[in-house]
Each structure stands twice: as structure tokens, then as C-alpha cells.
Design a protein around this ligand. Structure first.
Ligand SMILES: NC(=O)C1=CN([C@@H]2O[C@H](COP(=O)(O)OP(=O)(O)OC[C@H]3O[C@@H](n4cnc5c(N)ncnc54)[C@H](O)[C@@H]3O)[C@@H](O)[C@H]2O)C=CC1
Ligand SMILES: CC(=O)C(C)=O
Length: 257
């Protein structure tokens, strides 16, 4: 039987890289999408060198045409298309007084626009291929509760939960599920950057910045990207077939909702 095909955006590092590796382990062929071609190529090479089936594609998720082209290219390369993980995102540190139109527009174009274009492109492709599929979107614990200094980012991640619920209802009749994952504090380049900026703004060391985000984690440790990838594995596989419109928290007990 041929492998199912999953496309993961922002797969050149961090959570996206871990998702690509986990879905490979689960038996998927994986298309890795990122703005920096060399980064997704490096991850694809590592996966292929270890017996997986990965293919790197350069695209900026804020650009609708590039997202549609990436889905087309992945489908042509692998011969099918079954799952999209709209993972790419950016997280500017923005105390409210510092928010500018550029930061607002750029963040929403990537974090919200990228997910909307990903849902459109994937659902169009599932329709063209005459089968259902799974759409999985990155939200955050910062999309469940307000995080100081992350106004713009938090707004984009709250929005993902709305888009997920709305499109889940629209697309259910076509056997397409739409769910989201909401990581907590995950040790990746994104989180290191946030902790550093929050610490710099307060005139404190990096460790203090990370502590501001991690002190309320009930399980007592930062999340690893693999913790998130395990949840996405469930959302991409058959065990979640009867679930749609959900936003799953994987935050070590930081937020109880
Ligand atoms: N690290 C964390 O603590 C948390 C992360 N998340 C979310 O998980 C997702 C992944 O986060 P991380 O791996 O931590 O981030 P990261 O910054 O380490 O990696 C994100 C990747 O997405 C790529 N990317 C950014 N903008 C892009 C664009 N316009 N087009 C294509 N690729 C683009 C980047 O180049 C990078 O390779 C993001 O949506 C983030 O908001 C959610 C909750 C917590
Ligand atoms: C980066 C992020 O999503 C946080 C701090 O929850």
C-alpha cells in the first residue's frame, strides 16, 4: 500500500522538524515547507538518510499563491495528499506600546493568513482528489490565555481556534477534519528569542525571561518539540477520525480550561 502524504509548514527547525520526523515514523511521506530552502533541505536529507521519504519545498506561507503551489508540488511529487500541518509561525515580543502596523500586519499575514491559505489549498486538493483529509493548525497556550508582552502573537493564536472551529463545521460534510494543537512552553529557537527579549526589556538575564513563562508548568519541565509532535501524530492518524473542531492543549498543565 502506498504511503499517506503529509505536508508540514515551518519544518526547518523546532516543532515543525519534530512533527516531520514523527510523521515519518508513523509511515507518512512528508513534504517539508519553509521560507529558507536550505533548512528544509537539511531536515529532508536527514529523514531520507534514515530511510524516510521526505521532499523539501520553498514557500512563504503568507503568500497564498506559494502555499497553493507547494500543495500542488507535494501532490505531484508523491502522487497523493492527505494531511496538512499548518505549523509555521512567528512570535514578535510586543509590549502593547510597541505594536506597529508593520508588526501587526506581518504577524497576522503569517500566523493567520498562512493557516487560512493552508486550509484553502488543502481542502481544494482533497476535493480534486475526491477524498477526505486532515487539517491540523498551530495555536498555542497563548491562544487560550493572554500572555503579557505577546498581544499580537496571542491575538493570532486565539484566531486560529476560531478558524479551526469554523472550517471544521464547513468541511465536515466532505470528510475533512480540522483540529488545532496548543503547545505550552517548548524549547525551540522561537521560545529562546521570546525569553531573551522579555529579559532584555526588564534588564534581566535570559534565564529570568524563560522562568516568567515556565514557572506555572504543573509537570515541572519545559516541553520538548517531540511532546507536541506526539499530539500531532494522533491528530494526523486514524484514531482521531471522529474528532473535529478541537484545539488540544499540550502544556504540561499550565492552563486549565
Ligand atoms: N515554541 C513554543 O513555545 C511554542 C510554539 N508554538 C507554535 O508552534 C509553531 C512552531 O513554533 P517553533 O517551532 O517554536 O518556532 P520556530 O521559530 O523555532 O520555527 C518556526 C519555523 O517556521 C518558519 N517560518 C516562519 N515564518 C514562515 C513563513 N512565512 N513561511 C514559511 N515558513 C515560515 C521559520 O523559518 C522556522 O523554521 C508556531 O506556529 C508557534 O507559534 C505554539 C506554542 C508554543
Ligand atoms: C511562543 C508561545 O506560543 C508561547 C509562549 O506560548
Amino acid at each position: 500500500m502506498s504511503k499517506k502524504v503529509a505536508l508540514i509548514t515551518g519544518a526547518g527547525q523546532g516543532i515543525g522538524e519534530a512533527i516531520a520526523k514523527r510523521l515519518t515514523k508513523d509511515g507518512f511521506s512528508v513534504a517539508l515547507v519553509g521560507r529558507t530552502k536550505s533548512k528544509v533541505e537539511n531536515v529532508a536529507k536527514e529523514i531520507n538518510d534514515n530511510g524516510g521519504d521526505a521532499y523539501a519545498i520553498k514557500a512563504d506561507v503568507a503568500d497564498r499563491d506559494e502555499v497553493f503551489a507547494a500543495v500542488d508540488e507535494a501532490t505531484k511529487h508523491f502522487g497523493d495528499f492527505n494531511v496538512i500541518v499548518n505549523n509555521a509561525g512567528v512570535a514578535p515580543t510586543t509590549p502593547i506600546s510597541t505594536v506597529t502596523p508593520d508588526v501587526l500586519n506581518n504577524t497576522l499575514a503569517i500566523n493567520l493568513g498562512g493557516v487560512v491559505w493552508g486550509i484553502q489549498a488543502a481542502s481544494d486538493k482533497f476535493h480534486e482528489l475526491n477524498h477526505g483529509g486532515k487539517i491540523i493548525n498551530a495555536s498555542s497556550q497563548a491562544g487560550q490565555v493572554g500572555n503579557p508582552n505577546l498581544t499580537v502573537y496571542g491575538a493570532s493564536k486565539f484566531a486560529i481556534r476560531g478558524v479551526t472551529q469554523t472550517t471544521a463545521r464547513e468541511l465536515a460534510k466532505d470528510n475533512i477534519t480540522v483540529n488545532a494543537y496548543c503547545p505550552g512552553i517548548v524549547k525551540t529557537p522561537m521560545m529562546d528569542d521570546i525569553a531573551k527579549k522579555v529579559a532584555d526589556n526588564a534588564g534581566k538575564p535570559f534565564e529570568w525571561g524563560m522562568e516568567q513563562f515556565s514557572k506555572d508548568i504543573a509537570l515541572g519541565r519545559l516541553s520538548r518539540p517531540e511532546d507536541v509532535a506526539a499530539c500531532v501524530s494522533y491528530l494526523a492518524g486514524p484514531d482521531s477520525d471522529y474528532m473535529t473542531g478541537q484545539s488540544l492543549l499540550i502544556d504540561g498543565g499550565m492552563v486549565f480550561s
